[in-house]
Design a protein around this ligand. Structure first.
Ligand SMILES: [Zn+2]
Length: 205
């Protein structure tokens, strides 16, 4: 309702005070910091042409995001399939094929051994035999140390893997065996090439 009204109620044929298409695109794609967006909110709410442009950019961006996400999910399924295939001859017990996706793309890159307390834990099913870790936007590919520590400090996972860039997102694929662990919070620690550590809370379910 609000949107429909905004589309027509505030004509501004001379586009007085309009920020221009580039600014609207940045807001729609969420590339602009909130503090800068705030400056334009009043205008967006009182200028129909800008509001229309904005909603158009926003829906275009949403579709692109969805396409990228689908492509990414497909690549990960292929990777997971290949990893599962490679394990077949060595394993006699039934192969657990479930892959958990740990999506850190929109997380900050917390520096140090303490996770960012403002971010919710990543829920992961203990039965998953493979993890696909999608690193925060801007992360580099290359060799990573991956460690998972229980609340008690016990080391549950300690492995190395290469992050590969898939559609601009650095993805790490590892195999884990946590099915016999009890549910609870753990800390995932990622270190690239011996540089500083990033930590995230993982909730084993
Ligand atoms: Zn305007």
């Amino acid at each position: 309702m609000l949107g429909r009204g905004l589309r027509k109620e505030f004509p501004n044929p001379k586009r007085i005070g309009c920020p221009g298409a580039e600014v609207l695109k940045k807001i729609a794609s969420r590339k602009m910091p909130l503090s800068e967006v705030e400056v334009w909110l009043d205008h967006l709410g009182s200028c129909s042409p800008c509001y229309n442009d904005f909603s158009q950019f926003q829906s275009g961006y949403g579709r692109r995001q969805m396409r990228r996400l689908l492509a990414l999910a497909a690549s990960i399924l292929i990777l997971a399939g290949l990893a599962g295939w490679a394990l077949v001859p060595k394993q006699k017990k039934p192969l657990a094929t479930e892959t958990a996706m740990l999506d850190l793309r929109n997380r900050s890159i917390p520096r140090g051994t303490k996770p960012n307390p403002a971010e919710p834990p990543l829920g992961v099913n203990r039965a998953a035999a493979h993890w696909s870790i999608l690193l925060p936007f801007g992360s580099n590919d290359g060799p990573y140390d991956i460690r998972l520590l229980a609340g008690s400090g016990e080391l549950l996972v300690s492995t190395k893997a290469n992050a590969k860039l898939i559609d601009g997102v650095a993805v790490i694929h590892i195999s884990v065996d946590l099915s016999s662990r009890s549910p609870g919070q753990c800390v995932l620690r990622l270190t690239r090439n011996g540089s500083q550590e990033s930590s995230y809370v993982v909730e084993l379910r």
